[in-house]
Design a protein around this ligand. Structure first.
Ligand code: HXC
Length: 262
């Protein structure tokens, strides 16, 4: 399928591969408009449904992962436009419903909706050049795609308030210290390191990968006792898979497991 605002590419050499999505509005620093978000949702759903894909990587350009929602488009809207049509945010929930792991590979600016998009992914790998921020306050608005909710969960109230109220940017090292970012790597190595991690994930049993993601998201979104209960149910259910038999038999017999992802 061909897209206008994104590029797609399948990478890896195993039976299960990585689906890569590259945001591609370079002149606008990957500013996020409805067309781009529709395409992003469609591409993610297509990878999610593809049995040959085990992990998804979302990236941008060297200069920008995404510099936020498209300010030119937003500048023309009034309250009734955004309320009735749910412009901008209407198609963001698609990304949250993706069941396979999604890694954001961030270089350059991840601002406003760009930072919110990165936070919707399961992991953020950052180049040393990455800069994160929620500068919406400078435009007379606030983050509108989860920034005021996910940022405090990721970095705590102190830093979230600082970023949302002063609009300052956080560099990759600070973002890693604060817990927003999983790994920081030199810019030239960002895609290689991210694709290697994705490949490792692809080699694991897909049902257990998907359940691990679901369980960690429970921890992130819900109360502890409920999360523990949910994890227990998921843990028990994995004993019904062929891959659990294979993984444990392989360990006991000192050989590499051959997962069939079922
Ligand atoms: C539309 C954008 C844009 C954006 C950059 N551009 N960000 N266009 N929407 N969010 C465009 C610029 O207008 C410019 O176009 C080109 O990209 C290059 O940007 P420059 O400003 O010339 O580059 P630079 O000087 O390097 O500055 C980079 C920057 C700055 C610091 C990232 O562009 C900036 O502050 N952008 C806005 C960041 C922001 O406020 N994001 C939050 C948006 S609100 P021309 O045609 O002049 O070359 C938001 C709300 C989300 O995200 C809520 C729900 C989804």
């Amino acid at each position: 399928m061909s897209y206008e605002f994104i590029l797609t590419d399948v990478r890896g050499d195993g039976a299960i591969k990585t689906g890569v999505i590259t945001l591609n509005r370079p002149k606008q620093l990957n500013a996020l408009n409805d067309g781009l978000m529709d395409e992003l949702g469609a591409a993610m759903q297509a990878y999610d449904a593809d049995e040959a894909i085990g992990c998804i990587v979302l990236t941008g350009s060297e200069k920008a992962f995404a510099a936020g929602a498209d300010i030119g488009a937003m500048s023309r809207w009034d309250y009734m436009d955004v309320y009735k049509s749910d412009y901008i945010t209407r198609n963001w929930e698609t990304i949250r419903r993706i069941r396979k792991p999604v890694i954001a590979a961030v270089a350059g600016f991840a601002l406003g909706g760009g930072c919110e998009l990165a936070m919707m992914c399961d992991m953020v790998f950052a180049a040393e050049t990455a800069k994160f921020g929620q500068p919406e306050i400078k435009l007379g608005i606030i983050p509108g795609a989860g920034g005021t909710q996910r940022l405090p969960r990721a970095v705590g109230k102190a830093k979230a308030m600082d970023l949302a109220l002063t609009a300052r940017m956080m560099d990759a090292a600070e973002a890693e210290r604060a817990g927003l970012v999983s790994r920081v790597v030199p810019a030239a190595e960002l895609m290689a390191v991210t694709l290697a991690a994705a490949q490792t994930i692809c080699e694991h049993s897909l049902p257990s990968v998907m359940m691990a993601k679901e369980c960690v998201n429970r921890a992130y979104e819900g109360p502890l006792a409920e999360g523990i209960q949910f994890e227990r149910r998921m843990f028990h259910s994995l004993f019904a898979t062929e891959d659990q038999k294979e993984g444990m038999d392989a360990f006991v017999n000192k050989r590499k497991p051959v997962f069939r992802h079922r």
